[in-house]
Structures are given as structure tokens and as C-alpha cells.
Ligand binder design. Structure first.
Ligand code: ADP
Length: 347
């Protein structure tokens, strides 16, 4: 809220306070001495206090949390802050602090316990669904393979063989999609923890390039690595980082033109190592760039070059980069190519 009851004539201040009491988000205004001046009804409720219990309290008495006290103090000096508190025995809150006009700070309290419950239900649903789909699909796959073998010796028209081959390919996609979906939900729920080993990037990049060699040759794409030998080690999980690189490289090859080149480079920045995968392929339109990291987002289903993807590769890549304390981003010009980069903290 930008409104400040103090700044209004009395009748308006009352009205603003009444409206604030309707809000489900807790609102607290601390005066310049950092004592609670006003609080709406939701504020004590969110903090599990009696109504009216907050007025006059200090920041520490209000939140009983040193980090929040520091944040509110910083806000009173002009610095906006956000904090997510997640105590097991208390409601999960997002707390935001803003400087108040005339000194002090505004604090908003948002209870996200219900949101987290819904997120949990969503991932349990995906997890169960993927599990349930996996077994029958594995059977379909096996039966299709057996059918192909049977047909190899049978006297059937070519188109029958082609149809069975298509069923085989599509089933393969389904299996891959379900496996990736399961991986992603497991990672998001931190079922498997990310390791924090000290890792050298050069061998990791080389290994990934080797693994994709056949695919690159088949697509007519040259793969090159440019990783300085004296690059500092990073902190990370080898298997996950391998997956992250694999996903970026696989896309770079898939969306390159025949005869194209894909370059993987790594550079030392002040506080992190940045790895980039550069291609000169079809590029990504500006309007789609913000969305390609979402699950199942594909720029244009029609322009794929034969290899169907699952649309999950970049969602997984983003998750891995963030789980390492890094970030991932892209620069791209349609028709000219794309550069996907991610940062990793030093070991
Ligand atoms: P997919 O399995 O479809 O590749 P991703 O999540 O890996 O799924 O990528 C999402 C979409 O982003 C792709 O379908 C494609 O449209 C676009 N994309 C990703 N990488 C590139 C790239 N290097 N060049 C052009 N488009 C890309």
C-alpha cells in the first residue's frame, strides 16, 4: 500500500484502516523509532497473535527473528527487502519491507503455507501419474519391438513396417518425457540432494562433447570446446552438471543448420565461472525468450528438425543451475543463433 493513514485527514485515515483490515495480507507500519504504529487485522493473525497485540511493539518483539529485524532496519534506511521464512512448526511467510514516507518502514506479510501445500499436491500428482504410466508404456514398447522383429520376416506391405516403426519412435518419446518429468519433480522436491564436490570443468565439457559426437556428426554440426586450463574449480554435482550441459548442447546441435558449429566456452568472472553454449542456428524470437525455460514450452512445434523434444530439457537445466546457486540465461537473435549461459560459484 502506498497510502499512509498518517498523511490523511482523520476520516480518511479511518477508511484506509478499514479497507486494510479487509486484506488477507498482513500490513504493519513501523514508526521512525521502529515501533509498530499501525497493523491491519491480518497482521497479528498471520503472526499468530491476539488482535491488537502488535501496536507499540519493537521489530524484535513483533517477529522474534534477527534477520527480519535487520531487514526492517535496512528498509527504514531506504532499502527494500524480501525474506522467506520457513519454520517447520510455523506458517511459511513471505515478508517484504519498504521504506515509509516520513521515516520508519512498511512490512507486508504473506502466508504461503496453502500455496506450498498446493505445490506439493501438484508434484505428488505428477509423480504418481508418471509412475502409473511407466509400466504400461514399457510393455507397449517391448511389444512394439517384438512386433518389429516378427514383421522383419513376415510378408507384409512396407507401409505396415513403417507404421510399426513410427509407433516405436513415438513410444520412445513418451518414455523419455515421462522419465524427464519424474526427474524434474524429484529434483524440485529435493528427493535427491545436489552434491557440492570440487570439480574441474574442462574434463566435464570434454566428456559431454564426446557423448554427443555421433549425434552432431549425423546433424552435420562441428562441436568445439574452449575452456582455459587454469579455470578455477567449481562447486557442484558432476552428474547434474553433465545433464545440464548435455541438454544445452543437444538443443544447440538440434537447432543448428547443416554444416554449423557449436562452441562451448567457460570463463572466469569476478564471483563465478560462466559456461556458454553458442550456436548459429535458427535462434529464438524475442517474444519467446522469457518462456523457453518453462516446462513443455516449445517455440514453434512445426519448425523442429525431425527430433521431437520433450520441452523439458531447459526446465531441467534451469533447475540444476539454480540448485547450484547459479543462474541461467540466454541471448538470441532469430535466424542468427543462440547463446545459452549459466554461472556456477567457485569451489
Ligand atoms: P525441447 O525438448 O523441445 O528441446 P527444451 O526445454 O530443451 O525442449 O527447449 C524448449 C524450446 O526452446 C525448444 O523446443 C526450442 O523451441 C527452443 N530452443 C531451445 N534451445 C534452442 C536453441 N539452441 N536454438 C533455438 N531454439 C532453441
Amino acid at each position: 500500500p502506498r497510502t499512509m493513514p498518517d498523511a490523511f485527514p482523520d476520516h480518511l485515515a479511518d477508511e484506509v484502516a478499514r479497507v486494510a483490515d479487509q486484506a488477507s495480507i498482513g500490513l504493519i507500519r513501523f514508526d521512525p523509532q521502529l515501533r509498530v504504529r499501525t497493523a491491519n487485522l491480518a497482521a497479528p493473525h498471520t503472526l499468530e497473535r491476539r488482535p491488537g497485540a502488535l501496536v507499540g511493539r519493537s521489530v524484535m518483539e513483533t517477529f522474534v527473528d534477527h534477520r527480519l529485524e535487520a531487514m526492517v532496519r535496512a528498509a527504514s534506511h531506504g532499502q527494500v527487502g524480501t525474506y522467506e521464512s520457513e519454520a517447520a512448526d510455523r506458517a511459511s511467510l513471505i515478508v517484504r519491507a519498504h521504506p515509509a514516507v516520513g521515516g520508519g518502514a512498511w512490512v507486508t506479510l504473506e502466508n504461503i503455507t496453502e500455496l506450498q501445500r498446493l505445490r506439493r499436491i501438484r508434484s505428488e500428482f505428477i509423480d504418481n501419474l508418471s509412475h502409473e504410466l511407466r509400466t504400461p508404456l514399457a510393455n507397449v514398447r517391448l511389444l512394439t519391438e517384438m512386433l518389429s522383429d516378427d514383421l522383419a520376416e513376415a510378408d507384409v506391405p512396407e507401409r505396415v513396417r513403417e507404421r510399426v516403426a513410427t509407433i516405436d519412435v513415438e513410444t520412445g518419446h513418451l518414455v523419455q518425457m515421462i522419465n524427464e518429468l519424474l526427474d524434474l519433480t524429484r529434483m524440485e522436491n529435493a528427493v535427491v540432494q545436489v552434491r557440492h564436490d570440487e570439480l574441474a570443468l574442462a574434463p566435464l565439457v570434454d566428456a559431454t562433447i564426446r557423448r554427443l559426437g555421433t549425434f552432431a556428426r549425423r546433424q552435420g554440426v562441428t562441436l568445439t570446446a574452449s575452456v582455459p586450463d587454469d579455470l578455477p574449480a567449481v562447486r557442484g554435482d558432476e552428474e547434474r552438471l553433465d545433464r545440464l550441459l548435455l541438454n544445452l548442447l543437444h538443443n544447440a546441435i538440434k537447432f543448428s543448420h547443416d554444416g554449423g558449429e557449436v562452441i562451448v566456452s567457460a570463463d572466469e568472472h569476478p564471483d563465478a565461472v560462466v559456461v556458454s553454449v553458442v550456436d548459429h542456428g535458427i535462434g529464438i524470437p524475442a517474444a519467446d525468450q522469457a518462456r523457453v525455460f518453462e516446462r513443455f514450452y516449445k517455440v514453434d512445434r512445426a519448425r523442429r528438425r525431425g527430433q521431437g523434444g520433450t520441452g523439458l530439457g531447459l526446465a531441467i537445466a534451469r533447475h540444476i543451475a539454480e540448485a547450484h546457486g547459479g543462474s541461467i540465461w540466454l541471448e538470441s537473435t532469430e535466424g542468427q543463433g543462440s547463446t545459452f549461459s549459466f554461472s556456477l560459484p567457485f569451489a
